[in-house]
Ligand binder design. Structure first.
Ligand code: ADP
Length: 360
């Protein structure tokens, strides 16, 4: 409307200034020719002509202005409906989300740009909703995990008070086991919150991954009685170091975690094999076992916090279901990837992690 008004004002002024002068000149010549040059008659005719012309111009300008203003108003209303309403909806939606209503979504308008904004808004809302669901699930899981050892401790204490358990070292050892379980859970939770927040301090350096794998395997070997544990370093017979660029302590932690899982889920007589080889510019460590395996339906979830395929079995062996989550975050932080594969129940599992190779 402002543009239309400016246009009208300019037009009126220009018509006054330029148009009148040009018309007056043209009319004077024409009238002088017609009435043999009588100056008074010419002047009167000229004035009339000027007045009627000005009136005609003004009238058409007024009409044009009314038409332009109506068009402007109609367009503004249309735009307001097209742009303002979706924007108002977005503003309202974001306020609802800020107030904790994560299920809020906005209608996607027809206009391309606004549709893109609304779609992004809805995607953001569902991501927030998912985070919220995970947060609620996490609290539930933590409470559930804490309850088990606490219930155990409570049971022993009540037994002691009621005289069901004797006041002797064996009872206290049982209680100590529950306290240790609690401590391990709290330590795991703390480690998990650190890795997920990206707050783990990493000391990245080039080191010989082959030597580290042999050391970790040698460290765990004395504890194994029922299964076999082999190391295969490729290319075979090559004792040259395989230089990785990562944090050696964290790498050992990840490997230890995968090895103890493999041994825990491999029955007596089974075998665990660690293979190490450079592959596609990365160092690749593979922990393969001939154990109970993982079915395809569980496989995508085993890296999620607190996820356990067989809850009772894992809990009985002290597993909280956080180990793999921490391991994956550590490998990610070092620039690698940790994946799992299994041909199904009873067919063993393979956990593979990669680390960047050290450049000379
Ligand atoms: P946990 O402490 O319970 O072992 P993890 O995060 O280390 O927790 O593992 C999550 C789940 O993945 C385990 O509870 C188990 O069901 C499954 N899992 C891990 N490693 C193996 C394996 N080598 N063979 C079969 N299942 C495994």
């Amino acid at each position: 409307m402002a543009v239309v008004l400016v246009g009208v004002v300019v037009l009126v002024s220009m018509a006054e200034l330029i148009g009148q002068r040009a018309i007056a000149r043209g009319a004077a010549t024409l009238l002088a020719d017609l009435i043999n040059g009588d100056p008074a008659t010419v002047a009167a005719a000229q004035a009339r002509l000027q007045a009627s012309f000005r009136e005609a111009i003004n009238r058409s300008l007024i009409l044009a202005a009314i038409a332009a203003i109506s068009a402007g108003l109609a367009t503004s209303l249309l735009l307001m409906r097209e742009i303002l309403r979706p924007l108002q909806q977005l503003a309202h939606g974001s306020q609802r989300i800020a107030a904790g209503h994560y299920d809020e979504r906005v209608a996607v308008p027809a206009s391309d740009e606004l549709a893109a904004v609304a779609t992004s808004f809805n995607q953001m809302a569902s991501a927030l909703e998912q985070v919220e669901q995970q947060r609620v699930a996490l609290i539930g899981n933590v409470a559930h995990e804490l309850r088990t050892p606490l219930a155990g401790l409570e049971g022993y204490l009540e037994g002691l008070i009621d005289g069901l358990f004797r006041n002797e070292p064996a009872t206290f050892h049982l209680m100590q086991r529950e306290v240790r379980r609690l401590r391990r859970l709290v330590d795991d939770l703390q480690a998990l919150s650190r890795v997920e927040a990206g707050q783990v301090e990493l000391h990245l350096e080039p080191f010989d991954l082959a030597a580290l794998v042999r050391r970790v395997v040698a460290q765990i070997q004395p504890q194994i009685v029922e299964q076999c544990l082999d190391v295969v370093i490729a290319p075979e017979g090559n004792d040259a170091p395989l230089l990785a660029y990562a944090d050696p302590d964290r790498t050992a932690q990840v490997l230890l975690n995968l090895l103890s899982n493999a041994l825990r889920y491999t029955p007596a007589g089974g075998c665990v094999t660690v293979r190490l080889a450079p592959r596609a510019g990365m160092a690749r460590v593979e922990v393969h076992d001939t154990g109970i395996g993982i079915s395809a339906e569980h496989l995508p979830y085993i890296f999620e916090r607190f996820y356990r395929v067989d809850r009772s079995r894992a809990r009985a062996s002290g597993g909280s279901g956080i180990g793999l989550t921490i391991a994956r975050h550590l490998v990610w932080a070092m620039g690698g990837e940790l994946t799992a594969a299994s041909d199904g129940p009873g067919k063993g599992s393979t956990f593979t992690f990669t680390l960047p190779l050290a450049r000379h």
